[in-house]
Structures are given as structure tokens and as C-alpha cells.
Design a protein around this ligand. Structure first.
Ligand code: AMP
Length: 200
């Protein structure tokens, strides 16, 4: 949604890692088992993959980092990387959902295999069952790690290693919190308001 609204590139380290796994690169081979178990891939691998992507010209206008940074080391490396090109993190957005709701959100989601449009068993079904609203595709897919057990492991990793970054960005004065329990349209508006302010 933010890509559509602001013409920014969304860069998800999870997507980059899944592509590396699918391509069978050395980094992908190392990451595969960790991802399947819901743990965090090593900073070295994640940073190498992200830095590589950040050299491409489409990120020049700014970028929405999704799922990154997830550790202190990644946050520090990001600051260094951005400082080298005269940039900085302008907003760190914490989308706040309690753990029980999070398991339901993630375990119920799926995407169109054709265009990537996101759906959810409970919250967002296609208008015509089995047909993508956006592209008319009929093949849908679910991530292997979007099962309740692995989601709980991912939440454990989140609380242990990623949640401390909330105070890191708070101290820097760039933290924005969004109560992300509610209607998709309301959360989109809240996000857009924040991104509008920092890209204006
Ligand atoms: P995501 O698509 O953000 O849900 O990430 C899926 C999985 O990829 C995570 O459970 C981790 O195993 C791995 N991953 C994605 N981003 C990172 C990151 N920044 N640091 C470490 N592991 C990551």
C-alpha cells in the first residue's frame, strides 16, 4: 500500500532471503533451516543480501524496510550504511498487535501466486471464492513458516532480539507507534500520515 501511495520501494529482508533460498545460493542454503524453524538468520547473511540490494538505483528516492533491522547489530550496521550516503532512518514504525492476535493474523494469511495480492482466511477473502480480485488468478500460496507453531517461535525471536530496538529508535526520536488492531483501511491511513510527514 505504501509503495502505491508514495512510489517508494518496499524492501523486505524476508523476501530477499526467500528468493535466495529458492535460487539455492550459498546464503540461501545457510538460511533455509533457520527460517523454517522461525529463528533469525545471521546478521552477516542478512546484511550482505540487503547491502547488495541497496546498491540498485530504484532505492534512491527512499525505501521502506520491512522486517529489518531485527537485531542491535543490524540497526548499527544500517546507521553506518546510511551515513555513508548522507542518509538516515527517518521513521521507525512499530505496528503493535498482541501475540495471540498475531498468530491468527499470520497463520491465516495467503497470497495470490500470480500477482502477490495478500488475503486472509478471516479478514480479507476474495470477492469470488478462489479468484484473485486483482488479477483473476486462481492459484494461491501460503508460506511454509506461517503455521501457528513456527509463528510462536518467530514471536519468541522477536521479543528476545527485535523488541529492544523499539527503545533504540525511541531514543533517536524517530519511533512511531501504530495500534495495528483494527480495520485495514484505518491502519493504512495511520501509516500514510507518518510516511507523508517524513517524505514531505
Ligand atoms: P519475514 O518475511 O520478515 O517474516 O521473515 C521470514 C524469516 O526470514 C524470519 O523468520 C527469519 O528467519 C528470516 N529473516 C527475515 N528478515 C530477517 C532479518 N532482518 N534478520 C534475521 N532473519 C531475518
Amino acid at each position: 500500500m505504501l509503495e502505491e501511495d508514495f512510489g517508494l520501494v518496499q524492501l523486505s529482508t524476508g523476501d530477499l532471503l526467500r528468493a535466495a533460498v529458492a535460487a539455492g545460493t550459498p546464503a540461501g542454503q545457510q538460511a533455509r533451516a533457520v527460517m523454517a524453524a522461525g529463528g533469525l538468520v545471521s546478521d552477516d547473511i542478512v546484511l550482505a543480501i540487503l547491502q547488495d540490494r541497496m546498491t540498485q538505483p530504484d532505492v534512491a528516492k527512499g525505501v521502506i524496510l520491512d522486517g529489518f533491522p531485527r537485531t542491535d547489530g543490524q540497526a548499527a550496521a544500517l546507521d553506518t550504511l546510511l551515513a555513508k550516503v548522507g542518509q538516515r532512518v527517518t521513521a521507525a514504525i512499530s505496528l503493535e498487535v498482541d501475540d495471540a492476535a498475531m498468530v491468527g493474523r499470520v497463520a491465516g494469511r495467503y497470497t495470490c501466486g500470480g500477482c502477490g495480492e495478500g488475503y486472509h482466511d478471516q479478514f480479507k477473502q476474495p470477492a469470488v471464492a478462489g479468484v484473485c480480485d486483482k488479477c483473476g488468478g486462481t492459484a494461491f500460496k501460503r508460506r511454509a513458516d506461517d503455521n501457528a507453531e513456527t509463528v510462536r517461535e518467530r514471536l519468541n525471536a522477536y521479543h528476545a532480539q527485535t523488541a529492544p530496538l523499539i527503545s533504540y529508535y525511541d531514543r533517536k526520536g524517530v519511533l512511531k507507534r501504530i495500534d495495528a488492531v483494527g480495520a485495514i483501511a484505518d491502519i493504512r491511513t495511520a501509516l500514510a500520515t507518518i510516511v507523508q510527514a517524513v517524505t514531505a
